[in-house]
Design a protein around this ligand. Structure first.
Ligand SMILES: C[S@@+](CC[C@H](N)C(=O)[O-])C[C@H]1O[C@@H](n2cnc3c(N)ncnc32)[C@H](O)[C@@H]1O
Length: 202
């Protein structure tokens, strides 16, 4: 049973963004979540919020239209400087509209094999977030090298957040955790078992 969402703590601009159900449904569906409107989206994403415990820069690998970052900012009450890459041009255009001040922080880019990290995004980030693609290869060496590449771009006091929205993928990663070279510092679970692992840099 989904809970009703209380809008009273949201900023004026966010309330404006979510006030039209049809508009917000399109935004949510562009991020691959079907049906159930903003309350449904809140149900499947808000559980991530406890991992956002300070202000900072936030790079979303496969950022969709940026709505996740916008929501995490509202839900956590922390100020996030948004960055994102996505293979989908329409999504990146939508990010630029979502964050006009930070339009230059969004790139159309495919992370193929993770050999090339976002060119021009030279900063290290407080948060690097990757909703691991459902078809990602989790074989030990290949996956570990991706994690290492992402961790290298996390600030010393920052966090790498790995999201598994797909139960099949979650099962695969859980079966590997005992032999993993990375320490999972925190893990949060959503109501439908979606899970985010947090690896701290230090
Ligand atoms: C489910 S959406 C995630 C949106 C948001 N990050 C979230 O967690 O709610 C996944 C996004 O990853 C993008 N994507 C998939 N494969 C990619 C790749 N190899 N390189 C870059 N983006 C990719 C898709 O275009 C899509 O917008």
């Amino acid at each position: 049973m989904e809970k009703e969402v209380n809008h009273s703590n949201y900023s004026v601009s966010f309330r404006e963004l979510i006030k039209n159900d049809e508009h917000i449904q399109k935004i949510i569906e562009q991020n691959g979540v079907l049906g159930h409107g903003f309350s449904g989206w809140t149900n499947v994403r808000k559980f991530i919020t406890p991992l956002i415990d300070k202000d900072g820069s936030f790079l979303d690998i496969g950022c969709g239209n940026g709505f996740l970052i916008r929501c995490l900012e509202e839900w956590s009450g922390h100020c996030l400087i948004p960055y994102g890459i996505d293979v989908n041009r329409a999504c990146i255009e939508a990010c630029k509209q979502m964050f006009p001040t930070y339009a230059a922080n969004f790139r159309v880019m495919k992370m193929k094999g993770f050999k090339k990290f976002p060119s021009g995004l030279t900063k290290d980030f407080t948060y690097v977030y990757w909703a691991v693609w459902d078809n990602a290869d989790l074989s030990d060496r290949s996956f570990a090298s991706k994690i290492e590449l992402l961790l290298a771009r996390v600030k010393p006091d920052g966090k790498l957040l790995l999201a598994f929205y797909d139960l099949n993928m979650l099962g695969k990663i859980e079966s590997k955790l005992s032999s993993w070279p990375f320490m999972i510092h925190q893990r949060v679970r959503g109501p439908t078992h979606d899970t985010v692992f947090c690896i701290e840099k230090n």
